[in-house]
Every structure is written in structure tokens, then in C-alpha cells.
Design a protein. Structure first.
Length: 314
């Protein structure tokens, strides 16, 4: 195919009305139940994505550099598997530092594809898509999708998308934030979506590119989420401010909480909590001083635990 200029086509809002109200409901319900938790979705607004990007540059955070090294080594082989004309959807795109390696390999292979970055923050999508602005590639067109993973799942099965080869891309160990059963269900859902075709006709082999962290050594994992510059601390604490914003109330104050990180050897995951320094009442539920309120976990997948993901594709 001849070379063509590939402009950024902007951001498409695919948020459902249900999704827009879901976070507020989930925040209330998760804090009222015992044991209490903060919805991990509270981490991923504009004010959370920026400190998380800073976390990925922390010396202790080994995951990003390892993934960059793998992509630099294997991006051409991965690009060979992607069919011309494909729609590539990245789940939780972030700053595109790693993704650009793969997009460049696709461009070098002269494969015309449409790349869609899926994220929850319009401001962050606008910022990150500037890294792949007009003229960056000749064959790769870059777009944004504003919505949740569920919104992306529905969008992938639309008529005009389902008639093309589809690729799901998930880098940065996004899968690690789910429990292992949830991760398997999540993968099955997207595997079914990319396998779905108009009128039931399979037009191409579905492709999913998934990154997971295989390290289960506590002495390496724990510092990655508890860096000396407290970048991760700022990232997790954003859940308090975002919860206030979502609920429309000034309930949670930064100086009344501590963040705590722990390695759970039994479950093979790092866990992060917010801990109130004094009793806090919320919707009739007392969040007691010293009570660990779960925020997010990062599951690690060595060879044995990756077996739990087998059979997730049609």
C-alpha cells in the first residue's frame, strides 16, 4: 500500500449513561460494606494519571523499563502478527511511552492501522495523543476513546468495527489490578469481542497483546510500590480527593489518612490501603482508626499462576 499521511482523528466519547453514574454508586457501596474498600476507579482521573506516570519513572519501579526492553526486542515480531487495516484498542493507554515502540514497528512495516487509546480522562487523552500528533507516522492513525473498559467492550462489537480485524492491547500489567478470577473473566470478554464478526463470519484471527508482571520476589516488588520519593503515595491518595469530587461532599481529608503497602505472599500480590488516623463516619458506617481500607492490588503472574488465564480465548 502507498504511503499516506495519518492524522489524529480526535477523541470519541463512548461513555454510557450507566457508566457515568456507576462510580458514585460503587464508591458509596464499597465503603459501606465490611470490609470496606475504595473503588480502584477513583485512582484513574486526570489528577491520578499524572502521579502514576511519575511512578513509572521511579528508580524502584522496574515494570516499565522491563516492558520497554521486551517491546524493543520483540515489536517487529508482534507487528508481523497484526493485519493491515486492523483496529487496535489499548485498554488504559497512559502516556504512550511504551505503545509508541509498537506503533513505530507497525509504521516501519507499512501497515495501515487505526490505533485507539481508551481512557477515562479526556484531558489526559488529549495530552497523550499529542505525542503521536500529525506527521508522527505515515501509516498509523491515532484516535482516543473516552470511556470505561465495558464501554470499549461494547464499542468493539459495533458494525463498522466488527467488520475489520481487531487487536486488544493491554500493557503495564493492567490485568494485575483484577483478582485472578476477574482477570480471566475480563480476558474472556474481550477475546469474545475481538472474535465477534458481522453476521457471524470470522474475517481474521483475533489478536490480544497482554502484559503481566511475573516477579514474585517481595524484596523487588515492595519497593516498586513504596518508592522513596512517595510518588506512589500521591497516586493512591488521589482516591480521597476524587471520592469527595464524585460524592459532592468534603468528607475525606488528606491529613487524616495514611497509605500502607503490603506484599501478600499467599495471594502473590502487592496490596495498597488507605488507613484513617481517627474514626470517620460515612453513610452510617464507622471507618475506624487504624482500619485498613483496601484500594488496589497488583497481582503477579509467574509461570504457574499464568495457568489461571489459559482457556480465556475462543
Amino acid at each position: 500500500m502507498g504511503s499516506y499521511e495519518a492524522p489524529c482523528a480526535g477523541i470519541i466519547d463512548i461513555q454510557s449513561d450507566a457508566a457515568k453514574n456507576e462510580l458514585s454508586k460503587d464508591t458509596v457501596e464499597s465503603l459501606k460494606r465490611e470490609p470496606s474498600s475504595f473503588s480502584s476507579l477513583l485512582l484513574w482521573n486526570e489528577h491520578g494519571l499524572k502521579p502514576f506516570e511519575a511512578v513509572t519513572y521511579a528508580p524502584e519501579y522496574y515494570l516499565t523499563n522491563c516492558e520497554i526492553e521486551l517491546l524493543q526486542r520483540h515489536s517487529r515480531k508482534i507487528a508481523d502478527r497484526v493485519e493491515p487495516g486492523s483496529v487496535i484498542v489499548e485498554l488504559g493507554s497512559g502516556c504512550l511511552r511504551k505503545t509508541k515502540i509498537l506503533l513505530q514497528a507497525l509504521d516501519d512495516a507499512k501497515k495501515p492501522v487505526d490505533y485507539f487509546a481508551l481512557d477515562l480522562s479526556r484531558a489526559e487523552l488529549e495530552r497523550t495523543l499529542r505525542a503521536v500528533s500529525l506527521g508522527t507516522f505515515d501509516h498509523v492513525r491515532c484516535h482516543g476513546l473516552l470511556g470505561t473498559y465495558n464501554d470499549g467492550l461494547v464499542w468493539l462489537q459495533q458494525y463498522n468495527i466488527a467488520s475489520r480485524p481487531r487487536v486488544v492491547l493491554s500493557l503495564g500489567s493492567t490485568l494485575g489490578s483484577f483478582t485472578r478470577p476477574e482477570a480471566a473473566k475480563f480476558l474472556r470478554g474481550f477475546a469474545t469481542a475481538v472474535d465477534h464478526a458481522v453476521n457471524g463470519a470470522i474475517r481474521s484471527e483475533p489478536l490480544m497483546i497482554i502484559g503481566v508482571d511475573g516477579c514474585k520476589r517481595a524484596e523487588r516488588v515492595w519497593p516498586a510500590y513504596n518508592d522513596t520519593d512517595a510518588r506512589n503515595d500521591q497516586f493512591i491518595r488521589n482516591a480521597l480527593d476524587h471520592a469527595n469530587q464524585i460524592l459532592g461532599k468534603d468528607i475525606f481529608h488528606q491529613d487524616e489518612w495514611d497509605r500502607q503497602g503490603e506484599w501478600n505472599e499467599e495471594l502473590g500480590r502487592h496490596e495498597q490501603f488507605l488507613v484513617p488516623r481517627a474514626d470517620i463516619w460515612f453513610e452510617g458506617r464507622c471507618l475506624k482508626a487504624g482500619e485498613k481500607i483496601f484500594v488496589v492490588a497488583s497481582h503477579k503472574y509467574d509461570d504457574k499462576s499464568r495457568e489461571t488465564l489459559e482457556g480465556c480465548w475462543p
